[in-house]
Design a protein around this ligand. Structure first.
Ligand code: ATP
Length: 453
């Protein structure tokens, strides 16, 4: 059974509530480029922080890096992107639509009634031609071929070219990894589905360098591959993505890059017609990238194992996940329309894991008098240095709850006449709707425990 399609509802919610806006909207928008608003930037930052914490901060065998977007053009020759980062493109001369030749099965013609490309009667499909997905620009004042540079289509190459810098600076021994988060750009032919496929996006990538001939008793390259597959699936589960909406997809021999020993995608069920789609790739890239950089730069890219007195080019196990795709998956996963007992109107709620929610607590004075706003403001000032909170005194309490539910705020704190008398407040839980009355002096500790849980 397919899950309901919530993408359209999310597009409208995200715009209305300040998660995601279309880029340059007042000029009619830029094709498949999106801007993150106040709540979106918090949500995506929480996703990136969770990744950095798991992949870098909590390990001593992975180092962080922030390489530049613009790199030497030879990098992209060595990586194979100049000659091979192409999608096969088919144009329709009748309706001017563009399709990826390898995705014709799922494609539909933009004209009504909706049909497959080629089925409208007057369709004029071209033969497939190769289309390079890299954005080009020029470095320096002269716009000639010698000045061409590319906007990186993946963050990985910044890691490969810095492999020895990081290894030597940090005195790391293979096996170890390098991780980074950064923007990538692809001139996608068929972008769409909101932020699922965009032309500018953020990747969170980690390259783990392993010994191709591991000594007896040490994990082999394929064992490291299995290890990272399992770790990465655990991470998605820990973010709160539902287990039954996640699965592995193994690349078949035809999907596998010629140098790759194995590759699996982690797919998430986005619902509707989109269904299961890749959110992360776990790839065994062999010694391809370092080997190619050695060949193209004429610099040695070998690791020197002083104990075993060997030098070799390590194999690489890569984990590559899109920050925007995971954020979209989390929104799809969290979105619910629910009825509320005793209330005629239902609610829209984002059941985001509290640690990911952009706002942690809504703070409401029940009325705008009797010292309640002052007490509410003192609570806001106390909590604000810890995490984002939202003061709201407009409309009924029910309406204020709905506003916070819709953006996934896990807790709402109400200050009522009893509060100014005895110093207690009520805390309402977004998911259970249960209300606890606690002493305001305990609020920090109470919320800290709930957020950590
Ligand atoms: P797809 O098959 O969907 O084009 P891919 O196999 O080309 O993806 P990779 O090159 O493996 O993707 O990139 C790793 C991750 O980066 C993907 O799993 C996805 O989360 C993210 N990503 C790749 N392309 C885009 C894009 N155009 N927009 C948003 N995220 C992207």
């Amino acid at each position: 059974m397919s899950r309901p399609d919530v993408l359209e509802k999310l597009v409208s919610l995200c715009k209305r509530r300040g998660f995601i806006f279309q880029s340059s909207e007042i000029y009619g928008g830029t094709g498949s480029v999106w801007d993150y608003g106040p709540l979106g930037v918090e949500l995506k930052k929480n996703v990136k922080d969770a990744w950095w914490h798991t992949m870098v901060r909590s390990r001593d065998d992975v180092e962080g890096l922030d390489a530049a977007i613009l790199m030497h053009p030879r990098v992209w020759e060595a990586s194979g992107h100049v000659s091979g980062f192409n999608d096969p493109l088919i144009d329709c001369k009748a309706c001017k639509a563009r399709f990826r030749a390898d995705q014709m099965d799922g494609a539909s013609c933009p004209r009504k009634p909706s049909k497959k490309p080629g089925e409208q009667g007057d369709c004029q499909l071209t033969e497939p031609r190769q289309f390079n997905l890299m954005f080009k620009t020029f470095m320096g004042p002269v716009e000639d071929t010698a000045a061409v540079v590319y906007l990186r289509p993946e963050t990985a190459q910044g890691i490969f070219v810095n492999f020895l810098n990081v290894q030597q600076a940090r005195r790391q021994k293979v096996p170890f990894g390098i991780a980074q988060i950064g923007k990538a750009f692809r001139n996608e032919i068929t972008p769409g589905n909101f932020t699922f496929r965009t032309r500018e996006f953020e990747q969170m990538e980690m390259q783990f360098f392993v010994d191709p001939a591991a000594a007896e008793g040490k994990r082999t390259d394929m064992e490291w591959f299995e290890y990272w597959k399992a770790q990465r699936m655990e991470w998605h589960l820990a973010l709160g993505l539902e287990r039954e909406r996640l699965e592995f997809h193994q690349h078949s021999a035809t999907e596998l890059a010629h140098y790759a020993k194995a590759a699996f995608d982690i797919q998430f069920d986005f619902g509707g017609t989109l269904g299961f789609q890749e959110i992360e790739g776990v790839h065994h890239r062999s010694d391809f990238d370092l080997g190619r950089h050695q060949e193209f730069s004429s610099k040695r890219m070998e690791y020197v194992d002083q104990v075993a007195n060997r030098r070799y080019i390590p194999y690489v196990v890569e984990t590559s996940v899109g920050a925007d795709r995971v954020t979209l998956a989390l929104l799809c996963n969290a979105y619910a329309e629910e009825s509320v007992e005793g209330e005629s109107e239902g609610r829209v709620v984002l059941h985001l894991k509290p640690s990911l929610a952009p706002i942690k607590a809504g703070i409401f004075p029940l009325t705008k008098k009797d010292g309640q706003p002052e007490m509410a403001n003192r609570i806001v000032e106390d909590l604000r240095p810890l995490y984002p909170v939202d003061y709201d005194d407009a409309g009924s309490i029910g309406k204020r709850y709905r506003r916070q539910d819709e953006v996934g705020t896990p807790f709402c704190v109400t200050i009522d006449p009893e509060s100014t008398g005895n110093g207690t407040v009520t805390v309402r839980d977004r998911d259970t709707l249960a209300q606890d009355r606690i002493d305001a002096t305990q609020l920090r500790a109470y919320l800290a425990a709930k957020l950590a849980g």
